[in-house]
Write a protein that binds this ligand. Structure first.
Ligand code: AMP
Ligand code: MG
Length: 341
């Protein structure tokens, strides 16, 4: 397949009409959002949605998020919109929050991965919204990476994984948030955070009161346990190198890396630390600044591969605010390998 490229900075760019047509006739388009690049298809067309799973190599039981650009598109997808869901949408949409509710019959089990619920989000990126508008249908869109690889935050990342496999890629520059949306389930008794993202637990609790945080946010799923969010059970975000997170001071980090380094060791560190380390290093944002770490973590993980690293030691991100999302992605890239110094 010949993958078309569109470089777009204005949501009124006429090229987006072509993208809308591609989606309406059942094609696949990689689109920019404020979180990461998404691989979109018409959410109401099973054949198109199956194409997403094929292009990504995504397991069929890992459900997709449905993206809308207008509130009126939400009600037909779910059984009902409870008061809490409305409060969340008022507070955080358009933006990086995905809300899970029991699904309507309009949503097929291909999209929901066989679950009785559906995840819906209204992105804030003006180009994403324009594409949903011109397509005229809700768009199912997971991250536009090959399954298991770090999510793409630039069109080049998408090209590296998807060139020749999808109809088009829309380039609108790097994604501002840099990690995937916060996923919150309202399908149970109490609101439950399934995946941390740009909307933090504190922000959610200001609207909802107390929420539960799923165990899978912090820990590896115990053998035989069912994942509330199927995506959490798969190996994720992983470069080819073996990644270990080191918890301790910068000095302890330097000493440990020096004692354990091999010729293909690389460090993932905070900005400004590179020159102090005994091995080549890639910075993933500023220390104690979760937002800058989120914006850089996936590009840093992809860089690890392109630099041919075999072993990677990473600094431990702070787990508060958006930092919780950074920790959640990094600990999966490290297959839960953490050493306390
Ligand atoms: P991605 O689209 O790559 O950001 O992945 C979507 C994430 O949302 C995955 O971790 C899914 O498991 C999760 N997800 C989507 N729909 C549901 C749902 N109905 N119930 C629980 N988790 C969901
Ligand atoms: Mg993904």
């Amino acid at each position: 397949m010949n993958t078309q490229f569109f470089s777009v900075s204005d949501p009124r760019d006429p090229a987006l009409r072509t993208v809308g047509e591609i989606l309406r006739r059942g094609g696949l388009a990689a689109i920019p959002t404020e979180t990461v690049y998404g691989l979109a298809a018409n959410a109401l067309d099973d054949c198109a949605v199956r194409g997403i799973f094929r292009a990504k190599g995504r397991p069929a039981d890992n459900p997709l998020i449905v993206h809308i650009s207008d509130y009126s598109q939400w009600a037909p997808l779910v059984r009902e919109i409870p008061a809490q869901a409305k409060q969340l949408a008022d507070a955080f949409w358009p933006g990086p929050l995905t809300v899970i509710l029991p699904k309507s019959d309009r949503v097929s089990s291909v999209v929901s991965g066989g679950l009785s619920t559906v995840a819906v989000r209204m992105p804030s990126h003006p180009v994403a919204r324009a594409i949903i508008d011109t397509a005229g249908v809700p768009l199912a869109a997971p991250s536009a990476n090959t399954s298991g690889k770090p999510s793409p935050t630039t069109a080049q990342h998408v090209k590296d994984d998807m060139d020749g496999k999808i109809d088009c890629i829309v380039d609108a520059g790097p994604c501002s948030v840099g990690v995937e949306s916060t996923v919150l389930s309202l399908a149970g008794n109490k609101p439950r955070l399934l995946r941390p993202g740009g909307i933090t637990p504190a922000m959610l609790e200001r609207v909802l009161g107390s929420i539960d945080i799923d165990d899978a946010v912090f820990h590896q799923l115990a053998a035989g346990k069912t994942a509330a969010s199927p995506g959490m059970k798969y190996k994720h975000y992983a470069p080819k190198a073996q990644v270990t997170i080191l918890k301790g001071s910068l000095q302890q980090f330097c000493e440990y890396v020096d004692a354990h380094k091999t010729p293909d060791t690389l460090a993932l560190c905070f900005a400004g630390e590179e020159a102090l380390l005994p091995v080549p290093a890639i910075a993933f944002g500023n220390e104690a600044d979760g937002k800058s770490q989120a914006a850089n973590i996936f590009a840093a993980l992809r860089d690890v591969d392109s630099r041919g690293a075999g072993q990677v030691f990473a600094r431990f991100p702070q787990m508060d605010g958006v930092g919780l999302a950074v920790f959640n992605r990094l600990v999966r890239a490290a297959a839960f390998h953490i050493v306390e110094l």
